[in-house]
Structures are given as structure tokens and as C-alpha cells.
Design a protein around this ligand. Structure first.
Ligand SMILES: Nc1nc2c(ncn2[C@@H]2O[C@H](COP(=O)(O)OP(=O)(O)O)[C@@H](O)[C@H]2O)c(=O)[nH]1
Ligand SMILES: Nc1ncnc2c1ncn2[C@@H]1O[C@H](COP(=O)(O)OP(=O)(O)O)[C@@H](O)[C@H]1O
Length: 194
């Protein structure tokens, strides 16, 4: 018999200002913890050379992204940078919950706050904080993925984003990377067994 009942599960939300180390931490956790699965977001920008459709993002382009907004396909979406839309698709979460996975989100700070509101106790929201604003800038520069212009835009946004950490269940200062990963892994294990 078909089970039409909507499956539900838990999720972990990660947000941070760009350069704080969120992607590095999320990748390490996914590699270590089989019970986790990454929620692939939709975005409006074109894929970069090393990016794969349906693995890194659902690359929809602007027109299709806007159609999905109109169709009510998103749990949340944000114009994270001008003309760059990112959003969480409802069917992506359902897909991963159907596989009994704990869903992991890597979203911007406003997306993180909205997802926590939406999922309530079914979500643990974690804010990754850089040790200081100076270290944040240094990490962005060392990553060598951003032009000077983009570094400036990201740093301008960072101050306001840092002030939003109070809206998260947990705030973790990413000083020593290995210690941070271990700390977050502990938090997730604790939350999953609740
Ligand atoms: N609100 C929201 N933000 C997202 C989503 N997916 C990714 N983001 C955020 O959008 C930003 C992407 O910026 P960028 O650093 O250019 O990363 P990239 O384009 O993914 O390499 C990051 O802050 C992500 O956390 C999503 O589904 N919703
Ligand atoms: N604890 C840490 N100490 C030093 N460098 C780090 C640490 N965590 C991450 N990094 C480095 O900082 C840069 C930004 O990290 P990344 O994961 O890309 O950030 P985000 O996803 O938050 O934008 C990367 O080059 C990464 O290797």
C-alpha cells in the first residue's frame, strides 16, 4: 500500500558570513557522519567550471528561478547578492527525509533564520563565527576565489550578519578548524538523539 503520509525528520542549519569557514566545516561533517545529507539549493547564477548541476546547486537561471518562486516551490529564498538568487526547494527536503537522512543546509544568515522559523524544533541552527572581522577578511583573501570587489561586498555585509548570531540555537567560533569540527559534530550527535 502507498504511504501518502508526509515524512518528516530533523535538519541542521549552518549560516555564517562569507569566509568564516562554513563550507569547510559542512564538507568535513558530511564526510564523517553518514546520517547527514546535504540539501542542494537552487540558484540563479551560472555554474562555475568545476560545478555540477544537481550536485552543487540546481542551476535554474533567473527566469526559471522566478517561475519556481511564483509556483511556491521554495521554503525560503533570498537575493543573497544583487541578481544572485538562492533558495531551498521543498521537494529537496522531502527527498532527503524520505531517505531517513538528517538534512544539512548551508545558507546565508537570513535564510538560516527563516529556515529555523519554518522547522522549529525539527531544526538545530548553528552560526559559524570567525574569531574576528580581521581574520574573516584574511580568510577570504587567502581563499583566492574572490575579486577585490567581491571581497569588499562580502566584508560590507559581514558586520550586519555577525549581529544576527543571537537568532541561532548555537554560535561556534571557528578558531582552530579541527576543534570546531569536533565541537559541531558533538552538538549534532546530541541533537539527533534527543
Ligand atoms: N538563503 C539561502 N542562501 C543560500 C542558499 N544556498 C546557498 N546560500 C548562500 O548563498 C551564498 C552563496 O554565496 P557564494 O559565497 O558566492 O557561494 P557560492 O556561490 O555557493 O560558491 C552563501 O552564503 C550560501 O550559504 C539557499 O538555499 N538559501
Ligand atoms: N579554522 C580555520 N582556520 C584557518 N583557515 C580556515 C579555518 N576554517 C576555514 N578556513 C579557510 O578559510 C577560507 C574560507 O572558508 P570557507 O569554508 O570557504 O568559508 P565559507 O563557506 O564560510 O565562505 C578557506 O580558504 C578555508 O580553507
Amino acid at each position: 500500500m502507498e504511504n501518502n503520509q508526509q515524512q518528516t525528520g530533523k535538519c541542521i542549519i549552518f549560516s555564517a558570513p562569507s569566509g568564516a569557514g562554513k563550507t569547510t566545516i559542512v564538507r568535513a561533517l558530511l564526510a564523517r557522519m553518514d546520517e547527514l545529507a546535504f540539501s542542494i539549493s537552487a540558484c540563479s547564477r551560472a555554474p562555475r567550471a568545476n560545478e555540477i548541476h544537481k550536485e552543487d546547486y540546481y542551476f535554474l537561471g533567473v527566469d526559471l528561478f522566478k517561475e519556481e518562486i511564483a509556483d511556491g516551490s521554495f521554503i525560503e529564498w533570498e537575493e543573497v547578492y544583487k541578481d544572485h538568487f538562492y533558495g531551498t526547494l521543498k521537494h529537496e527536503v522531502d527527498r532527503l527525509w524520505a531517505e531517513n537522512k538528517v538534512v544539512v543546509f548551508d545558507v546565508d544568515v537570513y535564510g538560516g533564520i527563516n529556515l529555523k522559523k519554518y522547522f522549529g524544533d525539527s531544526a538545530l541552527s548553528v552560526f559559524i563565527q570567525p574569531p574576528s572581522i580581521e581574520v574573516l577578511e584574511e580568510r577570504l583573501r587567502n581563499r583566492k576565489t574572490e575579486t577585490e570587489d567581491k571581497i569588499k561586498t562580502r566584508m560590507e555585509k559581514a558586520g550586519e550578519e555577525l549581529s544576527k548570531s543571537v537568532h541561532f540555537d548555537k554560535v561556534v567560533v571557528n578558531n582552530d578548524l579541527e576543534l570546531t569540527i569536533a565541537e559541531v559534530e558533538g552538538m549534532i550527535k546530541e541533537y539527533i538523539k534527543e
